[in-house]
Design a protein around this ligand. Sequence first.
Ligand code: FMN
Length: 220
Amino acid sequence: MMTHTAEFTLAADDREHIVIKPSVLYVGTPVALITSLNPDGTTNISPMSSAWALFDRMVLGLTSTSKGRENAIRERQLVLNFPSPDLWPKIEALAPTTGRNPVPLHKEKIGYRFEKNKFDVSGFTPQVSDLVRPLRIAECPIQLEAEVVAAHAPGGEWPAERQEAFWIIETRVIRVHAHRDIVIPGTNHIDTGRWSPLLYVFRHYFGIGPDLGRTFKAEA
Ligand SMILES: Cc1cc2nc3c(=O)[nH]c(=O)nc-3n(C[C@H](O)[C@H](O)[C@H](O)COP(=O)(O)O)c2cc1C
């Protein structure tokens, strides 16, 4: 049933949507591999997808118990490495691992294991960064070197039954590396016909579909 007013038509009777309680709210965000420096100078890799960008900032949500969170807060530096869709098996090889030893209890219960060398586990190739100490991941077409500028706990109440919380880590990107194959020659623009992020959608991996159009602000 529709309600008609002078300004708009209101859908009063919603039979199309149903109320659900999903276990996660991951509607679809790019996978990023966070490389961070371990206390012994080696580099850890943490797969994640809770990241967004505005201006020169990338804001990350990292669980409190992750090695990546610990390293990022201590060292104030990290690299965001963005993989292409074909790399998803390497990311899935990293998925049940943590650089934390001992493995946090809530992770041990669901089968996570400690792995010291995430490059070996995944088969990714390390690459020296320009401005930060954590290594980059050579196979990732976009790599963002960043410094941590702020970090804080989430607002509001945290459910008592959840042992792990998360931190909101604000980073400033200080260098952008893009593989030459995805850059429009002679420009600073990414060729969106040649770059696809790997998307994490309700715990499944996807590439992107065809280009549907461009926003009025698009420069290329
Ligand atoms: C595709 C994917 C996306 C993930 N997204 C996040 C995320 O956004 N934030 C987070 O803290 N953990 C995320 N995780 C879980 C971490 O990878 C996991 O906690 C891992 O043990 C972190 O490694 P670390 O303890 O060595 O840092 C994700 C895992 C996968 C496979």
